[in-house]
Design a protein around this ligand. Structure first.
Ligand code: 5GP
Length: 195
């Protein structure tokens, strides 16, 4: 019988590069299954529905919440709702695939309540200055939005101690490889004890 795999939950402060690390894993490790979240925010240029996110309306999202379709969901940056559809996660784990979620801290805390056996990985910036530089460098947010995200990031950095493992995001490829190595370890079949 296939051994059920252990879910890996990647979280960390805003703008630490979770999405970029997840994209790197997606591009170079097709053997890794990565959850596609549903979100109420509009697609950015280049984002494909069903690949990067399932872009849904507010009503659709509410319906998914009410019918228990989410493993976790949260309102992020007081702006839009994001959630992890439960069924594909269950299927990937049952198939024994290395599987991961890239979600915010509120979501990670919810998963810890319902799936404490998952492996919680905190992605950390090399320094606070580097985090600020990345946040400002992205240039996609207004000054007000940036301030709000920095406030959130400060609180989120303090959450590192709640996690099982920390990966420092010095460089995207290296962080992605570290993550994949962890996932492979957590998918390995334990040695058989059958005689
Ligand atoms: P973005 O809009 O930049 O793609 O993502 C914003 C934030 O939402 C990121 O911190 C990302 O980790 C988080 N996020 C993406 N999908 C989910 C999800 O399914 N659940 C939760 N809780 N957060 C998510």
């Amino acid at each position: 019988m296939t051994e059920r795999s252990r879910l890996v939950v990647l979280a960390g402060p805003t703008a630490v590069g979770k999405g970029t690390v997840a994209a790197d894993v997606r591009a170079r490790h097709p053997e890794v299954w990565i959850s596609v979240s549903a979100t109420t925010r509009p697609a950015r240029p280049g984002e494909v529905d069903g690949v990067h996110y399932h872009f849904v309306s507010d009503d659709q999202f509410t319906e998914m919440v009410e019918t228990g379709q989410f493993l976790e969901w949260a309102t992020v940056h007081k702006a839009a709702r994001y959630g992890t559809p439960r069924q594909p996660v269950d299927e990937a784990l049952a198939a024994g695939r290395p599987a991961m979620l890239e979600i915010d801290l509120q979501g990670a805390r919810q998963v810890r309540e319902t799936m404490p056996e998952a492996l919680f990985v905190f992605l950390k910036p090399p320094s606070w200055d580097e985090l600020v530089r990345r946040l400002v460098g992205r240039g996609t947010e207004s000054a007000e939005e940036r301030e709000r995200r920095l406030d959130t990031a400060q609180v989120e950095l303090a959450a590192e101690k709640e996690f099982d493992v920390t990966i420092v995001n010095h460089e995207v490829h290296a962080a992605a490889e570290e993550l994949v190595a962890l996932m492979m370890l957590n998918c390995e079949q334990p040695p058989s004890t059958d005689l």
